[in-house]
Design a protein around this ligand. Structure first.
Ligand code: SF4
Length: 372
């Protein structure tokens, strides 16, 4: 067969495969997709943006309540932009990845100030905003403005990797390039929003990470991974990230019903959230009452104590860090002298409930009966 006709055949095959993929997916979406989410079908870019920012690194089930709370507290971008930072962080508490919250506020203020609260209606305008990457920009562009940009989330990567048997990790630059080329080729340019939603939902409910529903799947007779009985091999994983270990000791200073808290202001995890007095060490530290007294004497001017309580150590795994933490409660008897270390605030136990803390501290507060 001449090379020319071979190429034409290959192109025809690719076009047919692409059309078949789109058709089956959209048919499934119309007839079988039962996934309900409060932001589904939403055209208001503020609400779509809010849902996408909340859902970055967060499961839909967890994100739903946050979405409801945010849209109730801030029904439009202006109200979010005008809100006090601490109120917004408090509402975000427990979601983690606090840089998302910081960028969300920045974007809300930028759009309100510079664009009278109107979201840009182009992909390029959206992707320039703080905290809006290609994924979120594609979601807003396709859902709200019907622009032909494919949304690439974990669900989409998984479906494409399995159906098209892609031996590249989406975590590598080569993989990213390949996946976005393929996703762009497959996209339905007439209905980009509908198609994107269908693909994401299909990945989340049928071609799931664990136990995909291959029996009866619409792609069963064309899915490369399934036909070779290699579904569990896809998507190809990237190399494991080495976690950085950190050791935190939080001293809970209590005095006459007040507790000392301070804001985390440096460019680090949990920026803008509150915490107790922190000592970070580069290795694990064995705390005894004697060791606490010795540390206090070296760190502060003398203070009379009535009790010390040392809580068991605990750990929390973040994306790139492993945090080992210990809480030590210290009841101060003598009046508090102004000490340069106490730059934060003394607040009541009740006020702690209205303060934004990292999940580790919030969990501690919920489970512990403090002395104060
Ligand atoms: S056959 Fe299985 S692996 Fe393939 S697309 Fe369907 S659910 Fe996913």
């Amino acid at each position: 067969m001449p090379i020319f006709s071979k190429t034409v055949k290959l192109i025809q095959l690719c076009i047919m495969k692409k059309i078949a993929f789109q058709r089956r997916l959209l048919k499934w979406h119309k007839e079988q997709n039962l996934r309900q989410m409060p932001w589904k079908g939403e055209k208001d870019p503020y609400k779509v943006w809010l849902s996408e920012i909340i859902l970055q690194q967060t499961r839909v089930e967890q994100g739903m309540a946050y979405y409801q709370n945010f849209t109730q507290a801030f029904p439009n971008i202006q109200s979010l932009a005008n809100a006090h930072e601490d109120t917004v962080y408090k509402l975000w508490e427990g979601l983690g990845y606090y840089s998302r919250c910081k960028n969300m506020l920045k974007t809300a203020r930028l759009i309100t100030l510079e664009n009278k609260g109107k979201f840009p209606d182009t992909y390029d305008g959206l992707v320039k905003l703080p905290g809006i990457g290609p994924y979120t920009a594609a979601a807003i562009a396709s859902f709200c403005f019907s622009l032909p940009y494919p949304v690439m989330d974990g669900n989409v990567f998984r479906v494409l990797a399995r159906v098209f048997k892609i031996n590249l990790s989406s975590g590598t630059s080569e993989g990213k390039k390949y996946f976005s080329q393929l996703a762009g080729d497959l996209l339905d340019h007439q209905k980009p929003g509908l198609y994107n939603q269908a693909l994401m939902d299909f990945g989340a409910t049928v071609c799931k990470h664990a136990l995909p529903l291959c029996v009866g799947c619409i792609f069963q007779n064309s899915c490369g991974a399934y036909l070779e009985n290699k579904v569990s091999d896809y998507p190809v994983k990237s190399k494991k990230i080495k976690l950085k270990e950190r050791w935190f000791t939080w001293f809970i200073f209590c005095h006459r019903g007040k507790i000392y808290i301070q804001k985390r202001t440096s460019k680090d995890i949990w920026e803008n959230l509150f915490e107790f007095y922190l000592l970070e060490t580069n290795q694990s530290k064995d705390w005894s009452e004697k060791a606490v007294m010795k540390w206090l004497a070296s760190e502060f001017e003398s203070m009379e104590l009535s009790a010390i309580r040392i809580y068991p150590a605990q750990t929390q795994k973040l994306t790139h860090q492993l945090i080992h933490a210990r809480f030590i409660e210290i009841m101060i008897q003598s009046p508090i002298k102004p000490q340069k270390q106490f730059k934060g605030n003394w607040v009541s136990r009740k006020q702690l409930d209205h303060t934004g803390f990292p999940a580790m501290i919030r969990n501690f507060l919920e489970k512990s009966i403090m002395l104060s």
